[in-house]
Design a protein. Structure first.
Lengths: 115, 115
């Protein structure tokens, strides 16, 4: 069974600082997704990573995928208050293992950026 | 931009009552999903639906739950006899599947409160 773990689960940081958060998963997969959720809101797609070594950047966020290590990172550069939200990574089970097209989510990391 | 729409946004019901949550997926998508999120917790997979039938369901999706695509546009989740522990935010999602990026697009959610 695919398990997805994120760490840390809570992060409080100052504006202007950098930080990296991690997403590990337990079985082979080459598809990983990052979502953002504001309180009481839906899940907004941030990044789609579809191959080993994939790197995507959007604004102050950069995501990467290492399928051999079963690890994705989300790097925050010069954080601003607007980045405060919960960030989820989600992994698609490898198709050849008979997985359906569903995504399995981590527990989420609640980020608070303090002015 | 196409989006997934859900109704109602909030429903309050008494324990033991039947509830139907409705979703209109993005029109050219092939896969439909229900996920739920208990307050402050992770996003849990309930069921996926493809080609007019359930393709996968989780342990949570017991006999009290059912899904239906009654026409070409709506996708519904029915809970036959609600329990207190069914209180959660229910998200509908759709995707084009792994022939595309596999990215799930989520609706705004339906908050269910069971009293």
């Amino acid at each position: 069974e695919l398990k997805v773990e994120q760490n840390p689960l809570f992060l409080s940081m100052q504006e202007g600082k950098n930080y990296t958060i991690y997403c590990n998963y337990s079985t082979t997969s080459d598809r990983l997704y990052w979502y953002r959720q504001d309180p009481g809101k839906s899940l907004e797609s941030l990044f789609v990573l579809l191959s080993n070594g994939a790197v995507k950047q959007e604004g102050r966020l950069m995501a990467s995928l290492d399928t051999k290590a079963r690890l994705s990172t989300l790097h925050i550069t010069a954080a601003v208050h607007d980045l405060s939200a919960t960030y989820f990574c989600a992994v698609a089970p490898h198709i050849t293992q008979g997985g359906s097209e569903k995504l399995v989510f981590g527990k989420g990391m609640k980020l608070t950026v303090n002015p | 931009e196409p989006e997934v729409t859900q109704t109602p946004s909030h429903q309050v019901t008494q324990m033991g009552q039947e509830v139907i949550l409705r979703c209109v997926p993005i029109s050219n998508h092939l896969y439909f999903y229900w996920y739920r999120q208990i307050l402050g917790q992770k996003v849990e997979f309930l069921v996926s639906f493809y080609n007019n039938e359930i393709s996968e369901k989780s342990e949570i999706f017991d006999d009290q739950f059912s899904v239906e695509r009654p026409d070409g546009s709506n996708f519904t989740l029915k809970i036959r006899s609600t329990k207190l522990e069914d209180s959660a935010m229910y998200f509908c999602a759709s995707s084009r599947g792994f022939i595309d990026t596999g990215e799930l697009f989520f609706g705004e959610g339906s908050r269910l409160t069971v009293l």
